[in-house]
Structures are given as C-alpha cells and as structure tokens.
Design a protein around this ligand. Structure first.
Ligand code: ZN
Length: 108
C-alpha cells in the first residue's frame, strides 16, 4: 500500500475515498478511528492517511491532482470582481491596472 494523501479531517478523507471508488480505485483510510477518538492526537501524527494499492497509485494521484485543481478553480475570483492593490491594499476594479488610491500599477 502507498499513502497518497493525509487529512486532518476524517470527513474530507471519506469524501476523497468515495471519489476514488467512483473511479474504480479502492482505497483505505488508516488511523481514521484514532483521530475520531482522540482528535488531539492527530496533530502528533499524520492525520488520516489515504492509502491505495501500489498498482493504483498513479490513477489515485491523477484523481487527487484533479480534485486539488478543482478546488483552486473555485477559489479564484470571478471575472470582473474587484481585487486589491498589492501596494496599499485598496480596492481595484478588474479593468484597472493602476490603483486609484496610491498610483501603484501592474504595468512594469
Ligand atoms: Zn494602492
């Protein structure tokens, strides 16, 4: 067995385990019960370990990669949303390249 991911939250681990199962990859969760019975202990350990068979390692990593990317996509700001100036932290509209507050500009 190979560990493909560690989780501090057992529910998150369960979610990915189900996702893997949907892709035909069987995985097991190690230490799940320990973290549930003794939540403070998981800080001293690796949390819940998601493990797959050696031959499923590549498929599992591809799946986890996609999951991580999907999460990043969700977090990226929607188009047209205001963002903040990297210099003074003031709000800048998406179309603006120059901060109205301090004059800082994206353009080099
Ligand atoms: Zn600024």
């Amino acid at each position: 067995m190979k560990t493909v991911a560690n989780f501090l939250r057992p529910d998150e681990a369960q979610l990915l385990k189900m996702g893997l199962a949907a892709c035909g990859v069987t995985s097991v969760l190690q230490d799940e019960n320990i973290t549930q019975l003794n939540p403070w202990r998981m800080w001293a350990m690796d949390g819940v370990r998601l493990q797959v068979a050696d031959e499923d390692l590549e498929a599992a990593q591809i799946f986890l990669d996609q999951e991580r990317r999907a999460k990043v996509d969700l977090k990226s700001p929607a188009e047209g949303e205001a963002m903040n100036c990297l210099s003074c932290g003031g709000e800048m509209a998406d179309a603006q390249t120059r901060c109205p507050a301090c004059g800082w500009s994206y353009e080099v």
